[in-house]
Design a protein around this ligand. Structure first.
Ligand code: ATP
Ligand code: MG
Length: 778
């Protein structure tokens, strides 16, 4: 309840304002004084700069609830920007909980991209687009750049399209239109960079398309060139809130500054130690500039961490201390005691995945001397998405439910992309890239030659490919089977296009119609490859996904923007995601696998950006550890297969930066040790062994384990058993194989054994993967 003192401030105010101010605000009681100050300072600029888990997002959400409760702003007058769609959804839920009712009608809560796409649709014509423009994904972008490069007779092998794509992205992140690219960049891409950028933008306009960078760039341009429009939005968005401010790039920063410059009601929260998107143009300097841009800003610092236990917090602080040039913050927590950070070394990545799988099941049961954890409470955070495969494989094998967040997405699958291309052409007939994708899928007898003719006709007449195809048919530039099929396709497209938004045909029916009448569904029905049934399932799933959208366009937009592929959740699941995707999230138990130099810190990042790259990696480590509330488990493997190649590795240098007093070293159980599972020649094995066991991190683990009276890991004792393994086996012997389970040897042939497995049937396997059943410790 507002106190009478606070009411005094309303003397002379209207009755309605006083009534609004008298509404209960119980949520304020859940805040500490610093948070409360940030929430109650509703007007004017506020910067909340604080470490992980100190309640920045909580304060931000409460501020939104407070703006609504006190009647300062209506839901549609609040612009609140978060980093991912998932975070936006969560924020909406949190506001709803604070208000005690669902937070309805908050159209401007979302990511920079999702908000800008909505704005740009309203003003597309100001940058030469139509309001139904398409959003290209990276693949389409690269394909278009390839065409641009080819058209300019540049050798794509020497000057790859991907390189140009990243150059242009960088420029767009800095809000540079082609005209604004500074002279200092003139030598980029063999001195052709700026010119190709300009040409690319022209092509995008012709295709009525934008790439991701354009969403912000175009909006900044519109605001800068049209003060009347900017003013309209300044009035409209009366309050602006930004989470994860440390990761905004220059274009995003300019966009925010333009919108906030009139009323200055902007509240940004962030943590310089969690800036992890430097590689995408994020400028941590934006935080430091805030006080300059908004003089008199209220700066709030928070120091109490409410998320993690002391051991976890101290471990994270110990690692981040290695970075220079920090603003420097000391965090504290009330949560003393609990588990130390757990550290474990494995032989290889498969073993690491196996161990984590079993550990998750054990923790679920409440083994390990801890409380039982629900699957939803546990997450695996990886540095690189290729690490996920091992976990996915393993979890599928043992039937452990999991979800991949932000990983290989459903919408990136071939059949889904094809289907979406059909939808795109129907909604936006100028979308040449989509047209190109579907014109001969399924096969319509329109090979390269025919497609080239379409391209030329379109170019000569300055029309879209679809219209080019129409003209070509009219002029009889194409004949035979192809002509008939093309005519039929155009007829279909026109008819489907006419049904977009029709009253009597829902967009779901339309989608089904498109897939069936185009022959696309039949194409997979007639396909005899093992993948075909799965693809048909996916197509069904796609149509199902349409149900939660009002129309095809809304759906296409959603997919273009989607950042995570959280599937419909029935039942608890372990989450797997990258460290980048985990920003802002929290889980009771977190696994951090793959802490090996080269993988984490990532070699590429260090090669490309040197010390700066290493420091960004260290911030990622800090983000990772601080996601954990109660249990944080860090692991590494001595060997790893990266893109099909075995590589031996040293434990991550970050491991040695963990403060010893807050770390427990675990010993892998025997089953995971040894030549067991190590698909290597023994020379490599020994090399890896020498490497890993001589590394300081490993030695330290050994001595710590020794101190605690724990025996040495098994692998250091029986690492090279494989040489003797063959002669050790006899037919009739009962053995165990890591993948196929128990079985009996029925034949021996060199180093290969024929084994009748109890579950998997008879198989030939290499002897070194086999263990005598008696040796299995459980
Ligand atoms: P990050 O930097 O990781 O994004 P954050 O600063 O945004 O962290 P929040 O996610 O807002 O932190 O809060 C961390 C946890 O602490 C949440 O579970 C939140 O509910 C809890 N929390 C925040 N403030 C308080 C408080 N005053 N009292 C009790 N719990 C709090
Ligand atoms: Mg947060």
């Amino acid at each position: 309840m507002s106190s009478f003192d606070e009411m005094d401030a309303f003397e002379g105010a209207s009755l309605s304002a006083r009534a609004m101010a008298a509404r209960p605000t119980p949520y304020l009681d859940d805040l500490n004084p610093a948070q409360r100050a940030a929430v109650e300072a509703l007007d004017g600029p506020v910067l909340m700069l604080a470490g992980a888990g100190t309640g920045k997002t909580k304060a931000l959400t409460t501020r939104i609830a407070h703006l609504l409760t006190t009647g300062r702003a209506r839901p549609n007058e609040i612009l609140s920007v978060t980093f991912t769609n998932k975070a936006a959804r969560e924020m909406k839920d949190r506001v709803g909980r604070l208000l005690g009712q669902p937070a309805e009608g908050m159209p401007w809560m979302g990511t920079f991209h999702s908000i800008c796409v909505k704005l740009l649709r309203r003003h597309a014509e100001l940058v030469g687009l139509k309001s139904n423009f398409t959003i290209l994904d990276t693949d389409d972008q690269v394909r278009l750049l390839k065409q641009v490069i080819a058209a300019e007779n540049i050798d794509e092998k020497r000057w790859p399209a991907r390189q140009l794509a990243s150059l242009i992205d960088n420029w767009k992140n800095r809000a540079w239109t082609p005209a604004k690219v500074p002279a200092a960049e003139a030598s980029a891409f063999n001195h052709r960079g700026t010119e190709l950028y300009d040409y690319y933008q022209t092509r995008l306009r012709e295709l009525n398309a934008v790439d991701f960078g354009d969403l912000l760039l175009h909006m900044v341009t519109i605001f800068q060139d049209h003060p009347d429009i900017l003013e309209q939005y300044q009035r409209w968005f009366r309050y602006i809130l930004v989470d994860e401010y440390q990761d905004t790039n220059v274009a995003q920063y300019l966009w925010l500054r333009l919108l906030a410059s009139a009323h200055k009601n902007i509240c940004c929260v962030g943590d310089d130690d969690q800036s992890i998107y430097g590689w995408r143009g994020a400028e941590v300097g934006n935080i430091l500039r805030f006080e300059k841009d908004f003089p008199g800003a209220k700066v709030v610092r928070l120091e109490q961490n409410y998320r993690s236990t002391e051991h976890i917090l101290k471990a994270a602080s110990g690692v981040i201390r290695g970075n220079e040039g920090r603003l420097g913050k000391e965090l504290w927590t009330d949560a003393a005691g609990g588990e130390k950070v757990r550290l474990i070394g494995h032989w290889d990545g498969e073993e690491e995945a196996r161990w984590i799988g079993e550990e998750i099941e054990a923790m679920q049961r409440g083994a390990r001397g801890m409380r039982p954890f629900d699957l939803d409470d546990m997450a695996i955070l990886v540095r690189a998405s290729h690490q996920m495969r091992a976990f996915e494989d393993r979890f599928l094998t043992i039937g452990l439910p999991y979800r991949v967040i932000g990983g290989p997405r459903f919408y990136e699958r071939l059949e889904i992309r094809d289907a979406m291309a059909y939808f795109r052409v129907v909604v936006s007939p100028d979308d040449d890239l989509a047209f190109e994708r579907i014109v001969n899928t399924p096969k319509r007898g329109l090979g390269d030659k025919a497609q080239q003719k379409i391209q030329v006709t379109a170019r000569v007449n300055g029309v879209s490919l679809l219209d080019g195809a129409r003209l070509l048919l009219q002029d009889k530039g194409i004949t035979g089977k192809g002509a008939g099929e093309l005519g039929a396709l155009i007829g279909h497209l026109d008819r489907w296009g006419g049904l977009v938004g029709a009253k009597d045909v829902s967009h779901i029916e339309l989608a089904e119609m498109i897939l069936d009448e185009s022959g696309y569904t039949a194409m997979w029905q007639n396909d005899k490859t093992p993948e075909a049934p799965g693809r048909l399932e996916n197509l069904k799933e796609l149509v199902k996904a349409l149900e939660s959208f009002e129309n095809l366009q809304g759906f296409l937009e959603h997919v273009a923007l989607i950042m995570d592929n959280e599937q419909e959740s029935d039942g608890a699941k372990v989450s797997i995601m990258t460290l980048h995707a985990a920003k802002g999230l929290e889980f009771p138990a977190v696994f951090l696998p793959g802490w090996e130099d080269g993988l984490f810190p990532s070699q590429r990042s260090m090669d490309e950006s040197g010390l700066k790259g290493l420091e960004e990696e260290r911030r990622l480590a800090y983000v990772g550890i601080t996601r954990a509330e109660e249990v944080c488990t860090i692991s590494f493997a001595a060997n790893r297969r990266v893109f099909g190649q075995w590589q031996s590795a040293l434990p991550s240098r970050f491991i040695d930066e963990l403060p010893e007093a807050h770390v427990d070293v675990l010993t892998p159980p025997g089953l995971y040790g040894g030549g067991f599972g190590a698909a290597q020649s023994s020379v490599e094995t020994r090399a890896a062994e020498a490497n890993v066991y001589n590394s300081p991190g490993w030695k330290r683990m050994q001595s710590r384990a020794g101190e605690r009276g724990v025996s040495q890991p098994r692998e250091s004792r029986n690492m090279v058993i494989d040489a003797t393994a063959v002669s050790a086996h006899t037919t009739g012997e009962r053995v165990f194989h890591q993948k196929f389970g128990y079985g009996t040897i029925t034949g021996i042939e060199g180093d290969k054994l024929e084994i009748a497995f109890e579950k998997a049937g008879t198989k030939k396997v290499v002897a070194k993967f086999i263990m005598a059943a008696d040796d299995i410790p459980f």
